[in-house]
Ligand binder design. Structure first.
Ligand code: NDP
Length: 499
């Protein structure tokens, strides 16, 4: 359900198709009062939802998944209209969200439910129980580039962990969020376990500064800093998924055709508006020319547009066009060579594919997140050099390695300073719900997806129960005999020499 408009919420805004400019929907601008009211309602909903228990929550969430699956085309059409991405890409986005919700619903009890742990010989008279309890109310601040899949990485996992959620979608994609909340409410009508508050940055700021128990933020690094500062007031913890400047490395023995195909899709699909999209490609000298030939040949065949045959859609956020243009201009001004497209490729609202070679490492096209269908390709002597240059950025979200050697690829993957790396495929980790997703450095911290993603929305609770009395060491009545026995046991257990 959307937060009901209170007396203060009289303003509204429209979401528009970035391709055609047509009005897709009209939504309220929720101010601080409305956001606080939503959080308060969520507080009751959280208690009720947590009280349902693992089994009932699992059934409800699997039914939400079922309803989402049956609404796949409706949801995908709305994603297509609000973001401009091709309908098939929108359908794939819904499929990914479904897969994650399914995993979170099925695994929550196993990952978070009570388990007995070995208490250690010194505490052998105790039963030790660990369980992960819900935090309460989770505030989710989402982006527009994957308006369903990305927030589902927080919403689905937070709900599965037993929390209620208040979701502030991007101002560009409020309709998708509202539809998701309606689907959840159709399966969970009793309490508003997922509410949506719509509006602009101020609405997000009200949520971050509100009485929530955690904020899950996806967006830019500068906004993450603002959100974190707002959270600091109440010591609200935050998980932050910010952008990246992901590298793609091609080794001398790689399948060059496969690498070119994957790099192109990773860079240009969704018009390059993907946080884990390919931005910089480092190719080992001996295969550089062949790779560039294959890449440019395929890139020339791509066409942005609104129709079904288009390779990708428009730039969703109009303000982004200027940034893309600035990066291309800077690359060319600094001696970079545009072998596909160039500064004239930015044709509002679309950007045609741009491939840039020989761009200096300090150009904004190499340093800053571009969020457009552009790619810089760099010649390197070795994978070692590629890894060093890939790591020379404050970002550290994901990356890719194409190599003919399993061990060399694994080795390089481990050395990439990032949260995720795909070998001989691109962005493969995002479709595997068991794998945690998140970055390091300016790309953020904390994890969504996987068991870590479930634990992100829960707090560990430790419980001991004394089963029988044994050495009584935590008492003023402690006897010399108990102390001597304890020291003897410690000596036996820990006093040996290790090789
Ligand atoms: P922002 O970081 O500005 O916005 C992300 C979300 O935060 C939106 O829902 C936004 O609401 C909200 N928000 C904005 N200001 C505040 C605030 N002060 N307090 C709380 N929430 C706030 O990203 P943009 O959408 O403006 O995109 C800018 C750039 O960020 C992109 O070009 C890209 O480089 C990067 N980005 C990265 C993403 C990723 O997947 N990691 C996703 C989106 C963007 P509203 O939209 O209403 O302003």
């Amino acid at each position: 359900m959307t937060a009901t408009m209170d007396a203060e919420t009289t303003e509204s805004f429209q979401s528009l198709s970035p391709a055609t400019g047509e009005i897709v929907g009209e939504h309220p601008v929720h101010g601080k009062e409305a956001v606080d009211a939503a959080i308060e309602r969520a507080r009751d909903a959280a208690v009720w939802w947590a009280g349902l228990g693992w089994k009932e929550r699992r059934v409800r969430l699997l039914n939400v998944k079922g309803a989402l699956t049956r609404s796949l085309n409706r949801v995908a059409t709305l994603i297509h209209r609000e973001t401009g991405k091709p309908i098939e890409d929108a359908q794939l986005e819904v499929v990914l969200a479904i897969t994650h919700l399914d995993w979170a619903a099925r695994k929550a009890e196993k990952v978070l439910g009570p388990r007995r742990l070995f208490p250690g010989l010194l505490s052998i008279n105790q039963k030790a129980v660990l369980e992960y309890q819900p935090l309460g109310v989770v505030g989710v601040i989402g982006p527009w580039n994957y308006p369903l899949f990305t927030p589902m990485g927080s919403i689905g996992y937070a709900l599965a962990a037993g929390n209620a959620v208040v979701f502030k979608p991007s101002e560009y994609t409020p309709g998708v969020a509202t539809l998701l909340a309606e689907i959840v409410a159709s399966i969970v009508p009793e309490q508003p376990v997922l509410q949506v508050v719509t509006g602009f940055g101020e609405t997000g700021a009200a949520l971050a500064g509100g009485a929530v128990d955690k904020i899950a933020f996806t967006g830019s690094t500068p906004t993450a800093r603002k959100v974190m500062a707002a959270c600091a007031e109440r010591l609200t913890p935050i998980v932050a998924e910010c952008g990246g400047k992901d590298a793609f490395i091609v080794d001398a023995d790689a399948d060059v055709d496969g690498a070119a195909d994957a790099a192109l899709w990773g860079a240009m699909s969704n018009a390059g508006q993907t946080c884990v999209g390919v931005e910089r490609v480092y190719v080992v000298d001996s295969v550089y020319e062949t790779f560039v030939d294959r890449l440019t040949e395929q890139a020339r065949a791509l066409r942005p547009g609104e129709d079904r045959g288009a390779s990708y859609g428009p730039i969703t956020m109009p303000g982004q066009l200027g940034i893309i243009k600035r990066h291309i201009d800077d690359a060319v001004a600094q001696g970079g060579k545009a072998v596909v497209g160039g500064p004239s490729s930015v044709k509002e609202p679309y950007v045609e594919p741009v491939i840039l070679l020989d761009v200096p490492d300090d150009s904004s096209a190499v340093c800053e997140e571009t969020f457009g269908p552009t790619i810089t390709v760099h010649r390197v002597k070795s994978v070692d050099e590629a890894v060093a240059r890939a790591n020379a950025t404050p970002y550290g979200l994901a990356g890719t390695i194409f190599s003919g050697s399993r061990s060399a690829a694994m080795n390089a993957a481990r050395r990439l300073r990032s949260g995720m790396t795909s070998i001989n495929g691109v962005i493969a980790f995002a479709a595997i719900p068991a794998l945690p997703f998140g970055g390091v450095g300016d790309s953020g911290f904390g994890r969504i997806h996987g068991a870590d993603g479930l634990r992100e929305f829960a707090r560990a609770k430790s419980i001991t129960r004394q089963r029988f009395s044994s050495m009584n060491l935590t008492s003023f009545q402690r006897s010399d005999k108990d102390m001597a026995r304890a020291l003897q046991l410690v000596n036996l257990l820990h006093g040996k020499r290790y090789k």
